[in-house]
Design a protein around this ligand. Structure first.
Ligand SMILES: *Cc1c(COP(=O)(O)O)cnc(C)c1O
Length: 417
């Protein structure tokens, strides 16, 4: 089959013949074949250290330069504003700590939101222990933050605002341009975790007016374990890793050439194809959402219906646990993700769902379906059929189904449902 049709996904082998549908692209994506092809020589023939003074080194250095150029072009930055990291998480950690420590003489206050990815959320909690004051802005029912809410939280000690571009659980896209404008009016630096946005929606750092931005290769059909932090020219950020002069002396360590080359190719492909791919993916997602709401009673759609990533659908199915649904789907070869962190050692449902006002009991029955470029309508029809059937079966077994709403909620499997 030609590459276009397969969307760069490796063909299914005999041992994988059982029907599988992958709807967890927000967790990670496969590496596009075209990306892998560019990466492979950098493991073997072109293995030089980019800092070496010979032909092998120069080959690698020029490959890194091309990847930096491609990454910059994809977000309308300059190549010298791109710093490669080992992940989106590393870029997020570095943005927060690097700015906090480089600017602490100006103040100790940082503003973020209640719905950030753990790479931001936990780093903020740690910065609180280090003496920084953090404001976690509340979000509205869609998971968005208004510029007024941000403006009201700013104090004369505020040095940084970090607000995600698009939420990884509920897919809501936040008004980053408007939010960054508020920060700029107060001369406060603005960082956005754009890990879910890059490759799915247009991201233009100049147009957005952001000072720092994180992205990650494996969310847009590149390899895992490589990301980048955009830092606008002229912004002071403290060094992440002391060592060699890699990444302009701010992040030492011999560059991970194959992965950086892969990220560069993947971001170029993703942004070139962006409009047609995201339209195709959104059409499938919209069809899925419409059919779920038509066929399955007592579902709650989570997140914004309009300001939303093309590939994300998040539902709470009343009276059942997300974990049981996931398990049933998995048995049928369907990969999705639970919006709930409910497990034997945690009774807490998703912080994001609670923040948008989903009641604890309902939040536990939440599933994220995230679509990607290799999904087809036949995949979606299969998932709908399985889902309708499994939800009914699980509800038939649930002592909660058909109960009246004011009865007490019993505990099942360690979770309040
Ligand atoms: C996946 C993700 C990250 C972490 O990126 P890694 O490269 O997996 O470390 C950070 N933020 C968001 C919003 C994400 O979806």
């Amino acid at each position: 089959m030609d590459e276009e049709k397969k969307n760069g996904q490796t063909e299914i082998t005999d041992t994988q013949k059982k029907r599988t549908v992958y709807l967890d692209h927000a967790a990670t994506t496969y590496v596009d074949k075209r990306v892998l092809k560019e990466m492979l020589p950098y493991f073997t023939d072109k293995f030089g250290n980019a800092n070496s003074q010979h032909g092998f080194g120069r080959d690698t250095a020029s490959a890194l330069a091309l990847a930096r150029k491609r990454t910059a072009a994809a977000i309308n930055a300059k190549p010298e504003e791109i710093y490669f990291t080992s992940s989106g998480s590393e870029a997020d950690n570095w943005a927060l700590r690097g700015i906090a420590h480089a600017h602490k003489s100006k103040g100790n206050h940082i503003i973020t939101t209640a719905i950030e990815h753990p790479a931001i959320y936990k780093t903020c909690q740690e910065l609180e222990h280090d003496g920084f004051a953090i404001t976690y802005l509340p979000v509205d029912g869609d998971g968005s933050v208004s510029p007024d809410v941000l403006a009201a939280a700013i104090t004369d000690k505020t040095i940084l605002v970090s607000i995600m571009f698009a939420n990884n659980e509920i897919g809501t896209v936040l008004p980053i341009r408007e939010l960054a404008k508020v920060a700029k009016a107060h001369k406060i630096l603005f960082h956005t975790d754009a890990v879910q946005a890059v490759g799915s929606i247009a991201v233009n750092v100049k147009d957005l007016g952001v000072d720092l931005l994180s992205l990650s290769g494996h969310k847009f059909y590149g390899p895992k374990g490589v990301g980048a932090l955009y830092v606008r020219t002229g912004i002071k950020i403290s060094r992440l890793i002391s060592g060699g002069e890699q990444e302009r002396g701010l992040r030492g360590g011999t560059s991970n050439t194959p992965s950086i080359v892969g990220l560069g190719k993947a971001i170029e492909l993703a942004t070139t194809d962006l409009e047609s791919q995201s339209k195709k993916i959104a059409r499938l997602r919209d069809y899925f959402v419409k059919e779920v709401e038509k066929r399955i009673p007592e579902v709650k759609f989570n997140g914004s219906r309009t300001a939303r990533l093309p590939g994300n659908a998040n539902f709470s199915f009343r009276y059942i646990e997300g974990e049981s649904i996931l398990f049933s789907l998995d048995l049928a070869g369907i990969a999705a993700s639970s919006g709930s962190a409910c497990s034997s050692n945690s009774l807490e449902p998703s912080r994001v769902l609670l923040s948008i006002g989903v009641p604890v009991g309902i939040a536990h029955g939440s599933i994220r379906f995230s679509f990607g470029k290799a999904n087809t309508k036949a995949d979606v029809d299969y998932v709908l059929e399985v889902l309708e059937n499994k939800i009914q079966k699980l509800r038939d077994m649930s002592p909660l189904y058909n109960r009246t709403s004011d009865e007490p909620i019993p505990m099942i499997g360690g979770c309040k449902i």
